[in-house]
Design a protein around this ligand. Structure first.
Ligand code: ZN
Length: 77
């Protein structure tokens, strides 16, 4: 009997907002991404380990972590 288990991170693009980038100062589109890591057993995602949100500036490419509350509050359109 053996088990195949591991971790899998899935990256979802949850939306785009227009905000001033803290890095380059441009009022530009920021891509909001959600990275969810799950424990997998036989390649089936079972248990969520952690979920992180980030936004990336489309002008300079800088990426910033955002909290879940902040990501949900953003006016994604
Ligand atoms: Zn920027």
């Amino acid at each position: 009997m053996f088990f195949i288990f591991g971790l899998r991170t899935k990256v979802d693009r949850s939306g785009v907002v227009r905000q001033v980038c803290p890095h380059c100062g441009n009022h530009a589109a920021q891509v909001i991404t959600r990275r969810s890591t799950k424990f997998t057993l036989f390649f089936v995602p079972l248990i969520p380990i952690r979920t992180r949100y980030a936004r990336q500036c489309t002008v300079c490419g800088a990426q910033f972590d955002v909290s879940k509350a902040e990501a949900q509050r953003l006016p994604v359109g």
